[in-house]
Design a binder for this molecule. Structure first.
Ligand SMILES: Cc1cc2nc3c(=O)[nH]c(=O)nc-3n(C[C@H](O)[C@H](O)[C@H](O)COP(=O)(O)OP(=O)(O)OC[C@H]3O[C@@H](n4cnc5c(N)ncnc54)[C@H](O)[C@@H]3O)c2cc1C
Length: 389
């Protein structure tokens, strides 16, 4: 079986390592990534604040595992069995799409030209720019009241106490949290001197944000207005939603394409609809699951459907404060939260655990586990079985 995995992020990497471990040379695995580096995206707000992140090369992370690594940008996916990296063609029998997401810079006019983002290509430039702005008590506007906007605003305000930080959100902050969680969030942002405003952003211009009737000046603007999936997924003809996520069945197969699995941020489970927020906490389980399914398929076996239940949101609020909100099975937040130093410690432990899990996977140890709903869905009929029937 020839398996091509597109994307060397959390989902693609764990998938490649686990599949190599389970099939031990019986399956030809090619991992494709646009970048030769593993990008630990969950720490990019720390990089924006000036931290130097550990550099991990993908070649080193898959060395000796029998995985062929190809560094190149996927320019086209032909679901009939071919992937193009510019002029180069790669054929596949089974394809795993793990192309992740990126900040949506076209959601509002002017963002692409005038804002920084928490993407790998932008955080270094923001980190260079901020110290001088902070030294003259300049203004940073962070747009987006989701978890990335909150983490970004807190981290940058804590590192640069001179900065005047405003966090703009179109809705109420922390809608997914309990009252205790929201109260802690408000206290933390206020302690860090972050001004929170609810407003709809119309457009960005050089040095100002237009908000309907008024505008807000800035020296730097960080756009955290949501993620979309790389356009190449939509262009492949797979069915996608408004964020460009491929629609997948309970076995994470692209609808109508039994030989294409989609994992991580690039996938949205629609049959039956499942709540799977974009996150490395969902990306790693989907990658591990698909590796197991493909290993089973290579042995002519079917697999059980993917089952995931959101356990928690873990939010950093600078280096000394954090918030961990747990959820009940029905999706409602528990009343109490871990916060303050304990929250920061837990969040840091989770971030370390993510790269630790990948390192363990390379050593053949499968530590990636997740909470399940336990709902009953029919198991998969293996393709070979179907053909034989
Ligand atoms: C600042 C920040 C903080 C975050 N904090 C958390 C958190 O605390 N908890 C949490 O669960 N999630 C968090 N997230 C979200 C998390 O990072 C993503 O959900 C996660 O990275 C998704 O993993 P993935 O493997 O699907 O995709 P990615 O990690 O995005 O990997 C995608 C891979 O595809 C490659 N690629 C993309 N396009 C192409 C192409 N055309 N050709 C070839 N290769 C390509 C990329 O190079 C990369 O290797 C955070 C994100 C940010 C930005």
């Amino acid at each position: 079986m020839r398996v091509v995995i597109l994307g060397g992020g959390y989902a693609g990497l764990i998938c490649a390592l686990r599949l190599a471990q389970r099939t031990r040379g019986q399956v030809a695995i090619t991992l494709v990534s646009a970048s030769p580096w593993f990008v630990d995206r969950i720490r990019l707000h720390e990089r924006a604040a000036g931290a130097e992140l550990v550099k991990r090369g993908l070649a080193e992370m898959v060395a000796g595992k029998g995985i062929t690594l190809k560094i190149g940008r996927v320019t086209r996916i032909d679901p009939r069995g071919e992937v193009l990296l510019g002029d180069e063609r790669l054929s596949f029998e089974q394809l795993v799409v793990a192309l992740g997401s990126q900040v949506d810079v076209d959601a509002v006019p002017g963002v692409r030209e005038h804002a920084f983002t928490l993407d790998a290509a932008s955080v270094g430039a923001l980190a260079e720019r901020l110290p001088a702005i902070a030294a003259r008590k300049g203004r940073l506007v962070v747009i987006g009241g989701g978890l990335t906007g909150i983490e970004g605003a807190s981290e940058l305000a804590e590192t640069h106490p001179g900065l005047q930080v405003t966090l703009l959100s179109s809705g109420a902050l922390g809608g997914e949290l309990s009252e205790a969680g929201r109260a802690h969030l408000r206290r933390s942002l206020s302690r860090l001197g972050v001004t929170v405003e609810q407003a709809q952003v119309r457009r960005l211009q050089a040095g100002s944000v237009e908000l309907g009737e008024r505008s807000l000046p800035f020296d730097a603007c960080l756009w955290a207005g949501g993620f979309i999936v790389p356009e190449v997924v939509r262009q492949s003809g797979l069915r996608v939603n408004e964020r460009g996520q491929a629609l997948v069945d309970p076995f994470l197969r692209a609808l109508g394409h039994e030989n294409i699995r989609v994992i991580g941020d690039a996938a949205s489970v629609v049959e039956p609809p499942s709540f799977m927020p974009m996150g490395c906490k969902t990306a790693m389980p989907t990658g591990a699951y698909v590796a197991e399914s493909l290993a089973q398929l290579s042995r002519g076996q079917g697999s059980r459907p993917f089952d995931y239940l959101n356990l928690a949101y873990c939010i950093s609020l600078g280096r000394r404060d954090g918030l961990v909100q747990l959820y009940r099975e029905d999706g409602s937040p528990m009343r109490w939260v871990f916060s303050g130093r304990m929250g920061a410690w837990l969040k840091e432990a989770i971030c370390r655990g993510v790269v630790g899990t990948l390192a363990a996977e390379r050593m053949g140890l499968s530590f990636c586990t997740w909470r399940k709903t336990g709902r009953k869905l029919s198991p998969e009929v293996p393709q070979q079985g179907r053909l034989a029937a």
